[in-house]
Design a protein around this ligand. Structure first.
Ligand SMILES: [Zn+2]
Length: 89
């Protein structure tokens, strides 16, 4: 998600860079892309979860997360609609 570099808030209206007003302090702000701090692990395609690193396919999110947990030792996942991330170490 794109957030302001002053308050880590969202922008006043969607559509950056047309609108660069921080929604928290109402000042102009530079953008920070939080996703750069996260590593993409899984992506959902056709109801299957694909492991980005080893291309393993799992039919359920539980199985896919379990595999990551066992293989990589990752203990904390960030789950969005059709993507799973972990924080970059
Ligand atoms: Zn701000």
């Amino acid at each position: 998600m794109l957030t302001s570099n002053c308050c880590n808030a969202t922008f006043f209206e969607p559509g950056w860079p047309d609108n660069d007003i921080c929604s928290s302090c109402k000042e102009h702000a530079d953008v920070v892309d939080n996703q750069e701090e996260m590593k993409l692990l899984l992506i959902k395609e056709n109801n299957r979860w694909i492991n980005i690193d080893n291309k393993h396919i799992n039919y359920g999110l539980d199985n896919a997360l379990h595999e990551l947990y066992m293989d990589s030792g990752i203990r904390k996942f960030i789950i969005e609609d059709d993507k799973v991330f972990c924080e970059k170490l």
